[in-house]
Write a protein that binds this ligand. Structure first.
Ligand code: PMP
Length: 415
């Protein structure tokens, strides 16, 4: 049935999809078409049930179709779907975000992570009056022209490290270097530091699979940024409200100049957000001259969906220690069984890399054995386990996942 749906989709949608990784291209399989999702499960149009570790690419944390969110969304839609004007729920969501991310003194909501990143970069350039930006290979910051340079996520599957359709001139101010390479980082700053508007980084990269920053790496970035008056931009679209309420910056005790959020803060609805130091953010229109706008930005249904999730998370922080406990257990079992693949865990997120080598950067991630990935991916699916359909992505847990679910994964890899 999915094959039929996929064929039909291909008649209208490019490649049958609205986002490339959903096509299952890397797996060599036909994409699953989802009929419904509930709790930790997704149900395919063929009537198959899967335990979901993709969770709408990390946007869902309470579990699919959560009553908590549904109740609030129902209340919202009774009052109208879109106003395109100010309303109090924008302020309420911003207050909750700031509660967890004090570095976001002022913020603005948009409709996607990509949009938020694009605007943050514009702002960083305007504030510093500089052109260059530094990013890290394998980090993905949405499909922003200037950042599609050695990106992770779906771009990792393309032969070219960048995308076609982006003039060389557009990316001529983008520098991309390997993550966790302090020496190279210092060198870049030495030569280009005074021209760098910002460093943008996923503090815990999750788009080449999950990679842990070496002990001093983020601190060194922060130090160099301060020294050269370059803005530090943390892209916490995945890590925000995921690895801890206040994201990776809370865990590491760092204070970026700008932060990007998305996914969880919309509770499953399309929301992105960028925010940071007041003096930088106030360069945005209507106060300043950096232009940015959005017809559906601050949509009341999306705002209230996000409010319901953030309120729950901020009132029930034990959800994070519970998820960490689960992944500690998973890691211990994985090691005990001597499974010959690399398992990277950071706080509440994880990735399996189909290699025996330690994965600390994009090059390591790219050394994976894709054939092995395909084989195990098929096995996972056959056993009712849904991972993101690529070996360059992160896996997530919801409120509903437990030890038994993780044991089922172990069984697939150890037999
Ligand atoms: N930044 C990061 C770290 C992401 O993981 C993503 C999407 N996976 C984005 C930005 C782009 O967000 P969106 O897909 O909502 O445009």
């Amino acid at each position: 049935m999915s094959i039929n749906l996929y064929e039909k989709a291909n008649e209208f949608l490019v490649g049958g999809v609205n986002s490339p990784v959903r096509s299952f291209k890397l797996t060599g399989l036909t994409p699953i078409f989802v009929e419904k999702a509930n709790g930790k499960y997704i149900y395919s149009s063929e009537g198959k049930k899967y335990t979901d570790y993709c969770l709408s690419w990390g946007a869902i944390i309470l579990g699919h179709n959560s009553k908590i969110v549904r109740k609030e969304v129902k209340k919202a839609i009774k009052k109208g779907l879109s106003f395109g004007l100010c309303h109090r729920y924008e302020t309420e969501l911003a207050r909750l975000v700031q509660n967890a991310f004090p570095s976001m003194e002022r913020m603005r909501f948009v409709n996607s992570g990509t949009e938020a990143v694009m605007s943050a970069i514009r702002l960083a350039r305007a504030f510093t009056k500089r052109k260059k930006i530094l990013k890290f290979d394998g980090c993905y910051h949405g499909h922003v022209d200037t950042l599609l340079v050695k990106s992770g996520s779906g771009v990792g599957e393309l032969k070219e490290s960048s995308s076609e359709g982006i003039p060389k001139e557009f990316i001529s101010f983008t520098i991309s270097i390997p993550f966790n390479d302090v020496e190279l980082l210092r060198k870049v700053f030495k030569y280009d530091g005074k021209e760098l508007a910002c460093v943008i980084v996923e503090p815990v990269p999750a788009n080449m699979g999950v990679v842990t920053p070496d002990e001093n790496f983020l601190f060194e970035i922060e130090k160099l940024c301060k020294q050269y008056e370059t803005l530090l931009v943390f892209d916490e679209v995945i890590t925000g409200f995921r690895v801890s309420p206040g994201g990776a910056q809370e865990i590491f005790g760092l204070k970026p100049d700008l932060t990007i959020l998305g996914k969880i803060i919309g509770g499953g609805m399309p929301v992105g957000c960028f925010g940071g130091r007041k003096e930088i953010m106030e360069m945005l229109a209507p106060i300043g001259n950096v232009y940015q706008a959005g017809t559906l930005a601050g949509n009341p249904v999306a705002m209230r969906s996000g409010i319901s999730v953030l309120k729950y998370l901020l009132e029930n922080k034990s959800i994070y220690s519970r998820q960490r406990e689960l992944l500690d257990y998973f890691k211990k079992e994985w090691e005990k069984k001597r499974i010959p693949f690399q398992l990277n865990v950071f706080s509440t997120i994880f990735s399996i890399f189909y290699t025996t080598k330690e994965v600390k950067n994009y090059l390591d991630a790219k050394s994976q054995d894709i054939e092995k990935f395909k084989k195990f991916y098929t096995k996972l699916l056959e056993n009712g386990i849904f991972f993101p359909p690529s070996c360059f992505e992160a896996c997530f847990l919801s409120l509903k996942h437990d030890e038994k679910d993780l044991e089922k994964i172990i069984k697939i890899f150890y037999f």
